[in-house]
Design a protein around this ligand. Structure first.
Ligand code: UDP
Length: 307
């Protein structure tokens, strides 16, 4: 085993010591950075369920211990409070690097405000380099650049996933994402805040589909990048309708000004992941939303009881 430095900005990384699938020694030891977060904690659930050893590294900026508390007695699980900008030496087989604040206050995705629709991996994006959202877009783009440099220069085996809007249980309630906002607002009997004219589109994937995609990518022999998202495209007004149908048909809509540089539309072309990873999302918005609502209901109730 080589000691892997997990602080390099690979989207996912494996030091070049891979044994061909089939004869690989199991269980693996896997690091998940951001494992206390929304996506990370669901990935941890799945990896532990299949018998692997999991080390979570999280600085708890946006991650929460509650997302992992059900694993605290599991001897195959370890949790380290650590910021991934600092190096750390651990002997591991795989690294899923999911540590990143994803709130819109910290901004968007690699394609910017795309001129190609839907977006294929070969599309290079349309990002305003000095815009308010560019720190996130350009950050993701730089991470891909560095990941490929490590791959080519240091012979580190890497995988790159381009993750599209994802929702589900354990999402931060108040970080401003549209699905979490609408669900929390409907449950709290507040108007649903639609920014701009509400005609902008997004494609929402349920978190278990993303986790399956990330694992399929890691286990594959492909570097990527791969789009992981649900191509089902909704305007924000349509999303508000689905939330109303699911939670409260009497909920009202309040229009608010949109942020500058808000992408007008976003929809992944997932042909590449379908063909090479044999992956595609299974959970539609109308199926996934109720599962998230149950979780939000519990957490909002707890919050109210604490007040
Ligand atoms: N949005 C909205 N109401 C909200 C929050 C967001 O209408 O309360 C809109 C936002 O303007 C954007 C879309 O929903 O067009 C998706 O926003 P989000 O921040 O969830 O994700 P991202 O912009 O990163 O795709």
């Amino acid at each position: 085993n080589s000691g892997n430095q997990v602080s390099f900005p690979a989207t996912t990384g494996v030091k070049n010591r891979r044994v061909p699938t089939g004869i690989r020694k199991l269980p693996l030891r896997i690091v998940v950075t951001g494992g206390a977060g929304f996506v990370g904690s669901h990935l941890v659930d799945k990896l532990l369920a299949r018998g692997d050893n999991v080390i979570v590294i999280d600085n708890f900026f946006t991650g929460r211990k509650e997302n992992l508390v059900h694993h605290f007695r599991n001897p195959k699980f370890e949790l380290i409070r650590h910021d991934v900008v600092e190096p750390i030496l651990l002997e591991v087989d795989q690294i899923y690097h999911l540590a990143c604040p994803a709130s819109p206050v910290h901004y968007n995705e690699v394609y910017g405000d795309p001129l190609e629709h839907p977006q294929k991996e070969t599309y290079w994006g349309n990002v305003n380099p000095i815009g308010v959202r560019s720190c996130y877009d350009e950050g993701k783009r730089t991470a891909e650049t560095l990941t490929m440099d490590y791959h080519r220069g240091a012979d580190v085996e890497v995988r790159i996933a381009r993750i599209f809007n994802t929702y589900g249980p354990r999402m931060c309630i108040d970080d401003g994402r549209v699905v979490s906002n609408f669900v929390a607002q409907a449950l709290r009997k507040q108007p649903l805040t639609v920014y701009g004219d509400g005609k902008q589109t997004r494609s929402f994937q349920y978190v278990s589909d993303l986790v399956d995609g990330l694992i399929a990518l890691m286990e594959s022999d492909h570097v990527g990048p791969f789009n992981l998202g649900n191509p089902g495209e909704f305007t924000m007004l349509e999303l508000a309708e689905v939330v109303k149908d699911t939670i409260d048909s009497t909920a009202t809509i309040e229009f608010k000004p949109n942020t500058a540089d808000d992408p007008h539309k976003r929809k992944p072309d997932i042909t590449k992941a379908k063909e090479l990873l044999n992956w595609e999302p299974k959970v539609s918005l109308r199926e996934g939303l109720p599962r998230m609502v149950t979780d939000f209901q519990k957490r909002i109730l707890n919050e109210e009881m604490r007040l």
